[in-house]
Design a protein around this ligand. Structure first.
Ligand code: GLV
Length: 303
């Protein structure tokens, strides 16, 4: 029983140290594998091409929070996504940064600054701005708590309308009511058949006029042309995106040059290598003890 890592040299070094400290069998690269039958766990962002080389592979551990980019895995192989406080905290930080930036009109002021223009615009108090969070899992809940502490009115939407302390939560049937009260809409949903293309003309039309969009879910959820139309019509005032369709966003894409949009290159979270290795160790140990695997992905549900 051993874990094979498929990653960068920098991550290999850290994982090798952590696994050595914990005396867990580990192969740092495919080239190091002495006997493919020993490989029971694989940790990677994208797996190597041929997984049939490893007849005893039982779990693939995706090193990020999302696993939607992975190809289908061989029959019977479980998938775990990395659950780590660092990932959740980093995404929370980026979303709070983006909400504050859009709340305080940063795109407008950056545009003015580029021209050396000193013009002051009206602003709202945080308590007068309602933030609607789509996706109330662990990260959405953390974001809701932090924005609530900053004084924003916070609403949450999730498929299951899971109640969260102090947050008004809406479910599938209440999407319209949720959207109509979201002055800043935050996308934090996983990519599934239901969420692909969800951020489109129809959805934007249901937001209050002049709403703002923060997108930290997955690129294919957002129709970039619909975003442009909503900005041009004034239905949306501004957007901050960490994920785009496509990725990487081509250098000549309109969104880079549009002063109403701030794009960052999918950096809201970058898994800390040490935390990633510890998540993998927790998966290995849970399997050994017959306990539920941390971060186990429900393949039907898609996350
Ligand atoms: C990044 O998007 C991740 O899934 O960790």
């Amino acid at each position: 029983m051993a874990l094979l890592l498929h990653s960068t040299p920098e991550r290999r070094e850290i994982w090798s140290r952590v696994f050595a400290e914990e005396s867990e069998p580990f192969f740092a690269t495919e080239g190091d594998v002495t006997d493919p039958a020993l490989v029971t766990h694989l940790a990677c962002w994208m797996p190597p091409k041929d997984l049939t080389r490893y007849p005893n592979l039982s779990v693939v551990i995706g090193v990020g929070a999302g696993t939607d980019h992975l190809p289908p895995l061989p029959e019977g192989v479980a998938l775990s996504r990395t659950v780590a406080p660092g990932i959740e905290g980093m995404v929370r930080d980026w979303v709070v940064l983006a909400v504050l930036a859009l709340h305080r009109d940063l795109p407008l002021y950056l545009d003015q600054a580029a021209r050396g223009e000193w013009t002051v615009h009206k602003t709202l108090l945080a308590r007068s701005r309602r933030v609607g969070i789509m996706g109330m899992g662990r990260i959405g809940t953390l974001v809701a708590q932090t924005l609530g502490a900053l004084g924003f009115g916070v609403l949450g939407w999730s498929r299951s309308a899971r109640p969260v302390n102090g947050v008004r939560t809406f479910g599938s049937d209440d999407l319209d009511a949720f959207l109509s009260q979201s002055d800043i809409l935050v996308g934090l949903l996983p990519l599934t058949d239901d969420t692909r293309g969800l951020l489109n003309d129809r959805l934007f039309a249901q937001l209050p006029q002049g709403a703002r969009l923060v997108q930290a879910g997955r690129g294919p959820q957002l129709d970039m042309d619909a975003l442009r139309r909503a900005l041009d019509s004034g239905q949306l005032a501004a957007a901050m995106l960490d994920v785009t369709d496509p990725e990487p966003l081509p250098g000549d894409h309109w969104a880079w040059a549009d002063p109403r949009v701030i794009v960052t290159p999918h950096i809201a979270s970058l898994t800390d290598a040490e935390e990633g290795a510890h998540h993998a160790l927790a998966v290995i140990r849970a399997g050994r003890e017959g306990a539920p695997l941390p971060g186990l992905v429900d393949r039907e549900r898609g996350y």
